[in-house]
Design a protein. Structure first.
Length: 226
């Protein structure tokens, strides 16, 4: 396994690190993105901790290529705000249409370069979906026609078996969000794209644990990890 640090948008004020982890064997590309919204600190920490564990060789990518961008919107993170404008409405909505923000454009170009088979966008939301179906906390969100739908359902089932508190269980949501990184990756790149939402009302350590657990389950399902 080989881990290399790069800089996205290196010559701009938006510069932020990303990491490319290559396994010893060939395999699919897999992207994990976090920090599109700067106030969602649990998901940002989970992505960074994933990189830390890979650097320490406490986690291994056996085959394929994993690309992790832990903190896309560094300025929003510094201010602990969602971000203005909302970066998750600025991605291309159709083929051959531009992104509406330089960071969204840079991230989408990176995704185009690697053409990931899976694309996970880590977020956090208000409200437990188990208590209120209108809320997005503790959900995995996919487009209704996603080729990854069966895997998403299996991961929700396995996650929920590991969570003793029923109100913390995860649910699936089928929806498109034009302008979001997930929908752009699904529509334009054909990726099996998933938004992972943990709930802000839970302890931060619990949210981080759930995010990391879900990412690792997807990596195993995609064949990058044993």
């Amino acid at each position: 396994m080989f881990v290399k640090k790069h800089i996205l948008s290196s010559a701009t004020s938006f510069a932020t690190p990303y990491y490319v982890i290559k396994g010893k064997l060939p395999g699919p590309a897999f992207m994990v993105v976090s920090g599109i919204h700067g106030n969602e600190t649990g998901s940002i920490r989970a992505a960074q901790e994933l990189v830390n564990l890979l650097n320490q060789r406490r986690l291994f990518i056996d085959c394929g290529t994993l690309i992790v961008i832990p903190k896309i919107n560094k300025e929003a993170y510094r201010k602990r705000i969602r971000g203005v404008p909302d970066l998750n409405r600025a991605f291309p909505r159709k083929r051959n249409t531009p992104a509406q923000h330089p960071l969204a454009a840079a991230l989408f170009l990176l995704a185009q370069r690697y053409r990931p088979s899976w694309y996970l966008d880590l977020h956090e939301a208000n409200g437990l979906s188990q208590r209120n179906p209108k809320r997005l906390g503790q959900t995995l969100i996919v487009n209704s026609e996603s080729r990854g739908l069966a895997v998403v359902k299996d991961i929700i089932k396995s996650m929920n078996r590991s969570i003793s508190i029923q109100s913390n269980h995860f649910n699936i949501r089928l929806r498109e969000l034009p302008g979001s990184s997930r929908t752009a990756a699904a529509r334009i790149l054909g990726a099996k794209a998933v938004t992972v939402e943990t709930c802000w009302s839970l302890e931060r350590t619990v949210r981080i644990k759930y995010q990391m657990d879900i990412v690792c389950r997807f990596l195993r399902a995609a064949g990058l990890m044993d």
